[in-house]
Ligand binder design. Structure first.
Ligand SMILES: N[C@@H](CCC(=O)N[C@@H](CS)C(=O)NCC(=O)O)C(=O)O
Length: 291
């Protein structure tokens, strides 16, 4: 293995603002807001503040699936949180997510507005609120929640571990890339083996577990994150490839991927969503940049 550093950690770590790499402008070792900014409030029961990263897309897929299944109470306003500009540190956003990360949601239909943060918690909240995409049989429900929490615990190794060191770190460190490739390939094999005998993650039923896992692991298989498909040989996980394709063909998933998207082809970017018709009329290719 190549020698990469002679770095010796100091006795006490100190914040060097210039040393944050690609995300130096937003990474900080302290919590809380940096500026006052109220959040906009729209007309629908659900107010989403997010961005179309894999964690954000989990929730917009769920909301579009709920609407497609006839749950009109899931109508939502989706506002863009530009994390590259530090919007997640505005006071209004921190009020609904003290962890300053998208996605975060406010349900205005409850007696007092209910804030929900953490994508897994949001999926579970919506599934319970609408009685959808979460099995009711206790054993099946437990299996579904196990896979939901598997995703929440596993994806940081994919994103913060593998993706960070393979795609973003200013130097390629063999030890880190090896360590996280090993783990991510193991995770891909876990999914592939599960999907060899199950149509969806929890059996025959499409659930919030699929909605949580697909935006990360489906994106890796479709080579939409980190350009690592060849490096990780994702196409060799045949059952995962089959599942990725099937879920990607769902209309609600295709709509969910567009909401709060501020990158990629303009016809796929619906930066804010306030009405179902917005998919037809308000994509970025149709409205252009605001003046
Ligand atoms: N565990 C959280 C992770 C959320 C998360 O990491 N969000 C990222 C975008 S994918 C973010 O908002 N980053 C902004 C920052 O770190 O300042 C969840 O699943 O909701």
């Amino acid at each position: 293995m190549s020698e990469t550093s002679t770095y010796e950690p100091a006795k006490v770590w100190k914040w060097d603002k210039a040393n944050g790499g690609k995300f130096a402008n937003i990474n900080r070792p302290i919590a809380g807001s940096t500026h006052d900014k109220e959040l906009p409030v729209g007309k629908h029961p659900i107010q989403l503040h997010s961005l179309a990263t894999p964690n954000g897309v989990k929730v917009t897929i769920m909301l579009e699936e709920l609407l497609a299944a006839g749950h009109t109470g899931a109508e939502y306003d989706a506002y863009l949180v530009n994390i590259g500009e530090g919007d997640q540190f505005g006071s209004g956003f921190v009020d609904i997510n003290p962890n300053s990360k998208i996605p975060a949601l406010v349900d205005q239909s409850t007696d007092k507005p209910t804030r929900v943060f953490e994508s897994g918690s949001i999926l579970l909240y919506l599934a319970e609120k609408f009685g959808a995409f979460l099995p009711t049989d206790p054993a099946a429900r437990t299996e579904c929640l196990s896979w939901l929490f598997w995703q929440m615990g596993s994806a940081p190794y994919l994103g913060g571990g593998f993706g960070h060191f393979y795609a973003y770190a200013p130097v390629k460190i063999e030890y880190c890339i090896d360590r996280f490739s090993m783990e991510v390939k193991r995770q891909l094999d876990v999914l592939d083996q599960r999907l060899a005998t199950n149509k969806y993650m929890c059996g025959d039923e499409y659930t919030i577990a699929d909605m949580a896992i697909w935006p990360w692991y489906g994106a890796l298989v479709d080579n939409r994150v980190y350009e690592a498909g060849e490096f990780l040989d994702t196409q060799s996980y045949k059952n995962l490839v089959r599942w990725t394709k099937e879920i990607g063909e769902r209309k609600a998933v295709q709509r969910g991927r567009m909401v709060n998207r501020a990158f990629g082809p303009e016809e796929e970017q619906l930066r804010e969503r306030h009405d179902a018709s917005d998919f037809e009329t308000k994509t970025q290719d149709k409205i252009g940049e605001p003046a």
